[in-house]
Design a protein around this ligand. Sequence first.
Ligand SMILES: Cc1cc2nc3c(=O)[nH]c(=O)nc-3n(C[C@H](O)[C@H](O)[C@H](O)COP(=O)(O)OP(=O)(O)OC[C@H]3O[C@@H](n4cnc5c(N)ncnc54)[C@H](O)[C@@H]3O)c2cc1C
Length: 714
Amino acid sequence: MGAHFCKCCCCNDVLVSSGTKELPVVTPLPAVTLATKKKSERTDLPHNLLRSIEKITSRAHSKPPTKDSSSSKPRSTYARLSKPITTLLENPPVYDVLVIGSGYGGGVIGSRTSRAGQKVCILERGQERWPGEYPNTFGTLMENAQVRSAVAPQLGSRDAFFDFRLEDGVYIWIGCGLGGGSLVNSGVSIAPDPRVFDDPRWPKEIQADKETKLKDGFDRAEAVLRPAQYPHQETKPLPRVERFQEAAAHLRKNGYPAAKAELAHVNVSFDAMSPNPQNVEQPACTNCGDCNTGCNVGAKNTVLMNYLPDASQHGADIFTQVEVLYVSKSEKKISREDEKDEEPLWDVHCILVGADNPKPNLAFTVTTKLLVLAAGTLGSTEILLRSRDQGNLSMSSKIGASFGADGDFFRPSFNGESKTNTLGYGDDKDGARRAAEDDSVGPCITSVLDLRDPTAPVDQGIILEDIGIGGALCEATNKIFSTLADVAGQPTEMDPKKLEEAKVREENSSKNPWASDGALVTSVMWGGMSFDDQQGSMVLDDDALRIKWATAATGGPNPPARSDALAKACCETPTIKSVFCTDPLESMFGSRGSIHPLGGCCLGDSAETGGCNHKGQLFSSGVGSDVHTVREEHHFYTFFSFSYYNYCTIIFFLLFFLPSSNMSFKKKKKELVRLRWISHTDVARCQSFVDNLSRGGALRGVHGRRSWLENGGE
Ligand SMILES: Cc1cc2nc3c(=O)[nH]c(=O)nc-3n(C[C@H](O)[C@H](O)[C@H](O)COP(=O)(O)OP(=O)(O)OC[C@H]3O[C@@H](n4cnc5c(N)ncnc54)[C@H](O)[C@@H]3O)c2cc1C
């Protein structure tokens, strides 16, 4: 096992870990340097918006962290999962399984494989933050934000918690941290419309499994993520739940016969779990509405609360602030235990990121037998494209193709006539905000308006939700909503007396967004998920991932006009009567907003139709169905994280074979055990299904005992 630091002037420090001996070091040029090199000549983005963001983030980053900043100093007492990076740098092992990314995909596979006795490493670009350490003011939020675009390649640190992308045709928000998107998402979990899988683009094996293994995987995910409905609507009603019911009734009478509203299933602990099945303390939800800026209570069932602690308890090594740049087939091999053969390996080329990192940009390589990419749609695709260019890894030309946004759309409903109470409390020191909203905000999303009509084509399906605003974002949101309403809003109430009352409400909220007689506590953001054309593409430009999507807003079955009509109809509900606002970026610039980016590593029957096969193995060329394996006879399915390009469906599949028995790799002729994992979101948002799709008892075959889920997590 060798390691050395290179002190040359061009490549920062370099550390190479090798299985058996030191090898020549190939130092990648750190992406951070490349990404800030040059501004491209784009004219198609809303430049004013970019310039404002640039100003805000650079101002926030130039300031020292505020004294009471919730993000600057860890305050929570949770046991840390990640290990100091020095343990990896000083004594680098060859891992059995290396997982890139720690969201649902990485968390699930980290848990499963470490439970299966493998030596597992999880590498995460973001930081480890626990409840109590998430930003709860606008200032701390900006300190913890990063923005990437062609115009300004990297604003903020690459490990910053809120990761925004402004691309050609689409603007995106994703999470960055130990736990990935689960740290900032709303945790809504809904089963997909089964007809989604009837699309012929799905590999036939997936379609064959839809009623069996897929369903089993959904059940398993549900058991760990524990989605639940707000349980106190009878005794402690949330006004926006009532507004949603009223909107559904109004829609049914006005051209949307299938509309039905119900309480959303969210991955939130409404009762304290002391501790939860993964031995982590989880207090009960306090209805603060701050899910999207990071749950400071600890009630949200993020991956940090379940799969990752489980992986850690079973021996996984977790390292944060490590960005993987690319992977390559290693020239090294490791002797197998029977010494009759040598195992081929993968090299994973990384750098350390983060402004507070003692060795920022330190480049090093980790080696592994089996490699799993679970870095999300954007992260996994970027790593694959760079591996093609820098790691000499051949692949299908479909890698990077079929980008889509889950048909997402966002439409503000501003200044209605009845309370909605969707504003998170944020830094509510004296409890005034909670009191102003009658202590009745609830989780970020409380309700789902389901417009999937089994008698209509599947791609006409829409799910609408009541997206709450995290407390740290309320002041900014108030300004945006009221400006939008003033400039381009369409009032749905024309009675002069009521319009006068609305004006007063707007004045009140301009002084205090939480004002109980203000306009923002009667507003709501309608958030929709539907289908789009998924005709976008992801490419590497100047070593940075760029998205290009000419038909983002207009293409596919749900053009802006359709989303507008639905949201406006909701605003016209007699008890709501708010000012309807469209999304100007979508209607004027053709740029679609998304929190569910999809595509890039699509499944297909062959390299001509997809980037990976139904098992998630990367096709090894542009034709046929051969895949990359490092060891033919064992089906080492190296990597992938992939999302299917189906109109609205995110499906990340990980599916690979491992040698069975004691899960060591030496007994090659033993029965293969299929371990599957699925991360799945479609129009119906099925985050809860982000889980292992192992066939009932897959791990039973490994250990000769019941799988841990079947065993109640034991
Ligand atoms: C505000 C918001 C609300 C949402 N609400 C919902 C919801 O209610 N329901 C739902 O189903 N979905 C929701 N989503 C989407 C959902 O969170 C994502 O679909 C899901 O997190 C994707 O899981 P993943 O494991 O594929 O990737 P991620 O969760 O994105 O995890 C990928 C991880 O890999 C890391 N990474 C990336 N590149 C690298 C690299 N090069 N090296 C090392 N690490 C890397 C990232 O930092 C990240 O932590 C929401 C998303 C957002 C942003």
